[in-house]
Design a protein around this ligand. Structure first.
Ligand code: UDP
Length: 390
């Protein structure tokens, strides 16, 4: 392997799109992983290839995704459940690839990548279509950001390596005909900060974050955009703790949902409550808590597992996140409860005296966690690049 201190700077292009925070979060984690493992060796561009280098309506994918996820999630379920979906989507994407060929080719000429990493299935398909028509190409790898239920569009044998996050995802890739030599089960890339165990005790960490150092805590999240009935859940948890005389504190991370943050901040709470907007130090907040309530987003689930948090899932996007529920519940790392009052009751039970359930789930969650997923993917990609250069 080339000596990283003397090797020339190489260019990595990470393709993503802002359809949900998970793709961006994985792209940022990979960038941070390369910079952490090989400082100064790579110039890394993260590009929303759909928004920046395609045309209407593809360049509106983030807005369309957000609209479907909030207003018509059932449509997503249909898109996942129809057997014709892979064929239909591939045909549509091929057509889009043909139409966008000039734009994407121009983008590739601009970035001149030595390696392309895709963390988005549409970005992957469109770019592969264009790359196949160019004379020479760099290695192209895909990091699947679905945790367990993987959309078939991800699973193509045309990539040089396919990184997967669970046994379930690996089985789907093998069933789709991706050769075993190209599949790698290394986990979902999460920020390098999650790889390090906390340097402070939980009590000290709580003090540093302005929490009560002694009281156990639950953290409530709704992805990067603070979506779902987070307000109803927080209110129900507060009422249930008070009604059952459970001594616990509540942390709510509202992400980019400013309306949610201001409504919750204006409320009077029966228990100590910490209401936050978008935070960069999610690892600290998770390590300071004892359980999490979240929608079934892959990033948050993978991070919660690494932090050993029992996971109470409050909802899922049909199709896309359904397998994540089976993953968490089936592995004994948590439970699913969609009704806010039932979530409150479950939390009161988990945090009540003499409930061994929470600790048992915490153990299972930690066993599922892959704190070194990002570094492992970086090392695997480096081996591939090394082979490519020979
Ligand atoms: N996140 C964050 N700060 C916040 C809220 C969320 O960094 O204030 C991160 C969270 O840690 C996770 C990602 O946003 O890495 C959300 O990804 P997930 O797959 O759970 O849900 P999505 O937003 O993609 O639906």
């Amino acid at each position: 392997m080339a000596d990283p201190r003397t090797a020339p700077v190489q260019r990595i292009l990470i393709l993503m799109s802002m359809t949900g925070g998970g793709h961006r979060a994985s792209a940022l984690a990979l960038k941070a992983g390369f910079e952490h493992e090989y400082p100064g060796r790579f110039a890394i561009d993260i590009v929303d290839i759909l928004t920046e280098h395609t045309f209407w309506p593809l360049n509106h994918s983030p807005q369309i995704y957000s609209l479907i996820a909030t207003e018509a999630p059932w449509l997503w379920g249909v898109a996942y459940s129809t057997e014709l979906t892979p064929t239909l989507t591939r045909s549509a994407v091929r057509l889009a690839g043909k139409l966008a060929q000039g734009h994407i080719s121009a983008a590739l000429d601009h970035y001149r990548p030595d390696l392309v990493i895709s963390v988005h299935p549409l970005a992957q398909e469109i770019t592969l279509h264009v790359l196949a028509r160019r004379p020479a190409r760099s290695p192209f790898v895909t990091v699947v950001t679905d945790l367990a239920s993987v959309h078939p569009l991800w699973l193509t044998p045309r990539v040089d390596a396919l990184y997967l996050a669970s046994e379930e995802a690996l089985a789907a890739a093998r069933a789709a005909g991706v050769p075993p030599t190209r599949t790698h089960l290394l986990g979902l890339p999460i920020r390098p900060a999650f790889a390090e165990p906390p340097t402070l005790s939980r009590a000290a960490l709580r003090s540093q974050l302005g929490m009560d150092p002694e009281l156990p805590a639950v953290i409530l999240m709704g992805g990067g955009d603070g979506v779902g009935p987070v307000q109803a859940i927080a209110t129900a948890a507060d009422k249930a703790f008070a009604a059952q005389r459970v001594k616990a504190q509540i942390v709510v991370i509202c992400g980019r949902n400013e309306g949610l943050r201001s409504r919750l901040a204006a409320r009077t709470w029966s228990n100590p409550a910490h209401i936050l907007g978008f935070v960069e130090n999610v690892p600290d907040w998770m390590h300071a808590c004892d359980a999490i309530v979240t929608k079934a987003g892959p990033g948050t689930i993978a991070e919660a597992c690494v932090c050993g948090l029992p996971i109470l899932l409050s909802g899922f996007i049909p199709g896309q996140e359904e397998g994540n529920v089976t993953y968490v519940v089936g592995h004994g790392a948590g439970a699913l409860e969609v009704n806010p009052e039932a979530i409150g009751r479950t939390l009161a039970h988990w945090f009540g005296k003499g409930s061994p359930e929470r600790l048992r789930m915490a153990k299972r969650a930690r066993a599922l966690g892959r704190p070194h997923a990002t570094a492992d993917i970086v090392q695997s990609v480096m081996r591939l690049m090394d082979e490519w250069d020979k």
